[in-house]
Design a protein around this ligand. Structure first.
Ligand SMILES: C[S@@+](CC[C@H](N)C(=O)[O-])C[C@H]1O[C@@H](n2cnc3c(N)ncnc32)[C@H](O)[C@@H]1O
Length: 250
């Protein structure tokens, strides 16, 4: 990616694999690891959710938490270019300015662009893109028309975005997920793993990336990895809930 213009209240940051990410002045956090925005997306989301494998078997629906600069969508589109099945990409984004900027920068990839007050809908060469605009906690509950086959849990960190890491949030994600869904995230904090487990997810160890020693993959079937269960049983960190999340954010 080599865009020059950045969206309002964001600036570009170069990362170690040569790709760029955006730094949010509002959240005071970059959208990706500075060890490599593209590599992180490939590792945690494309491979973490087994996107090529799932897409070779059926038409799939992906939910992304946090559209950001659209790297999750662009990388998925590139990886599934020759997939025999279409895919539907639904993303949640609080910042409408980012979504409008993305469409301006990537117009040629999108067809039939339709805006409503609350969403962007478009077609791409291998399916559809829909970005729901607003606070994910408010916009997701009434949106129940699709079942997620994969979830890219890519909000800002639990400290900056606590409401998108609570037990209640992961219960909501579970409610609209296919039985064989895979959810993946860069975070490996004990609190968010406990939140996922309390919401009914099974937790597995994800790959290391950059300075982080591990990450988290989650499913609705099987069992939580034994060593993770043991570690969490010893950890004093509480599960993050809507009731205690403000404390966590401090
Ligand atoms: C880590 S970035 C996502 C990066 C993105 N997946 C990509 O590949 O470019 C997190 C995004 O979540 C969005 N966000 C933060 N709080 C939100 C909320 N409550 N509801 C919806 N989106 C939110 C931010 O505006 C930001 O764009």
């Amino acid at each position: 990616m080599n865009q020059k213009k950045s969206p309002p209240n964001y600036h570009w940051v170069s990362t170690e694999d040569g790709s760029q990410t955006l730094f949010s002045e509002r959240f005071q956090e970059a959208c990706h690891s500075t060890s490599g925005a593209r590599s992180e997306t490939l590792l945690h989301y494309i491979h973490g959710c087994k996107i090529p494998e799932k897409s070779s078997a059926k038409e799939m629906t992906i939910l992304e938490v946090g559209f950001g600069l659209g790297l999750g969508f662009l990388t998925t589109l590139e990886v599934l270019k020759n997939s025999p099945h279409q895919f539907h990409f639904v993303s949640l984004e609080i910042d409408e300015g980012l979504v409008r900027w993305f469409v301006e920068e990537h117009k040629t990839l999108l067809q039939n662009i339709q805006w409503t007050e609350l969403s962007l809908k478009a077609r791409h060469e291998n399916g559809t893109l829909e970005v729901l605009i607003g606070d994910a906690r408010q916009i997701l509950p009434p949106y129940s028309s699709l079942q997620w086959d994969a979830i890219y849990q890519d909000a800002f960190s639990p400290k900056k975005n606590p409401s998108l890491w609570t037990v209640e949030w992961f219960e909501l994600l579970k409610k609209h997920s296919a039985q064989d869904v895979l959810m993946s995230t860069y975070s490996a904090s004990s609190s968010i793993r406990k939140s996922m487990i309390a919401a009914g997810w099974k937790i597995h160890k994800g790959e290391k990336f950059g300075p982080k020693r591990t990450s988290t993959r989650a499913s609705l079937t099987g069992e939580t990895d034994f060593d993770i269960s043991e570690h969490l049983a010893r950890s004093p960190s509480p599960a993050l809930t809507d009731a205690n999340m403000e404390q966590y954010g401090k």
